[in-house]
Design a protein around this ligand. Sequence first.
Ligand code: AMP
Ligand code: GLY
Length: 426
Amino acid sequence: MRILLIGSGGREHAFAWKLSQSPQCEKLFIAPGNAGTSQYGTNIPVGINDFDGIKKHCIEEKIDLVIVGPEEPLVKGITDFLINDPKLKRMDVIGPSKAGAQLEGSKAFAKAFMQKYNIPTAAYREFTLQNYKEGVEYINHHALPIVLKADGLAAGKGVVICENHFEALAEFDLMIQRAKFGEASKKVVIEEFLKGIELSVFVLTDGKNYVILPEAKDYKRAGEGDTGLNTGGMGAISPVPFADETFIKKVEEKIIKPTMDGLKKEGLVYRGFIFFGLIEVDDEPYMIEYNCRMGDPETEVVIPRLKNDFVELLVSAASQQLDKTNIEIDPRYACTVMAVSGGYPGEYEKGYKISGLNDISGPDNLLFHAGTSFKNENIVTSGGRVLCITSFGDSVEQAVDKSIKELDKISFTGMSYRRDIGFEFI
Ligand code: AMP
Ligand code: GLY
């Protein structure tokens, strides 16, 4: 099987690592990949939104399977673009159609979908310039805190939680009147704040059937004790101790099944991952958001726990055979800790040499690159999130300790990381 993986983060390094272990993986390309993915396949200098470049590569290299990592090309319709080309008739794509990717691409679409299919979620309303005045009224009478969400993709920055009405009105004005997030905030979802503990559940679906992958918890804030600015994710753990069988069963009955039912009834073509961003309130799961892809850094703990042959699993999804698949999971705890550039998530510098990359001791510790590239003979930093170490342990504490011990062997100018990933469970 000749495979093309699209993306360049830690998620894609974990995918590449896992794909390359399959006897069915004959050739792997990564577009554009990072220094880490080049260990497992051939990086090609084609960007994630360069649809023509991707198509050309698929034709020239006779690709059988494309796996789309990040949301942006999915929301822009890469799957339809590829599968509708007569030259690529026999190629499969893992990633939803443009219509299916709206679950992530439009918060208003996702909320209406949840409401229609009775999926538990926060009460909400949507506003545009047309009903702006009504929005102001709505905010003025809304309980605190208030959550404002730009409808479209906003590089993970489109959600603002406001502690008072004044702040919420100012944010509403910025989003709608002053296009704070451009097109993405022409429409705004205003919703009720839910208080609880968050976790993510992942599903791989072929449109008819689905399999549930291990759940994970992501640590989004930059600072220890969940303080400071929001980031793409500073670490993750899996399994999540409170998400026992009873809880996951509730998630399946109240959230996953109605979602699958909705996809079918709405005719949304979906072969790929669904990321259910959940919050547990009084033992009950509520939906915060859908993503149309795997999470990052959640993938770096979910994929190492998956024992199945990854290529086989994805081929089953592409050929609508997931009903014949059993998922096998490593019962141990996995933790990943992300090392980031100095200043991240604000401004940071790139191009620093990374040392100690060959000192990681396996096989219970895995190094995944996120923002790295080659400069001359060296591997250098090329992003805010630079790399992470995933470790296995018999407890959260043991897994985290191992990750940190290994990370301490690595260094680059400005490197920092959280030492408290999984703190609530230690
Ligand atoms: P999102 O971009 O939708 O993932 O939202 C970012 C983060 O905002 C989520 O991970 C939650 O921590 C928080 N959030 C979003 N919606 C709500 C809500 N209704 N209640 C509480 N927290 C929320
Ligand atoms: N870690 C959160 C995300 O991938 O969106």
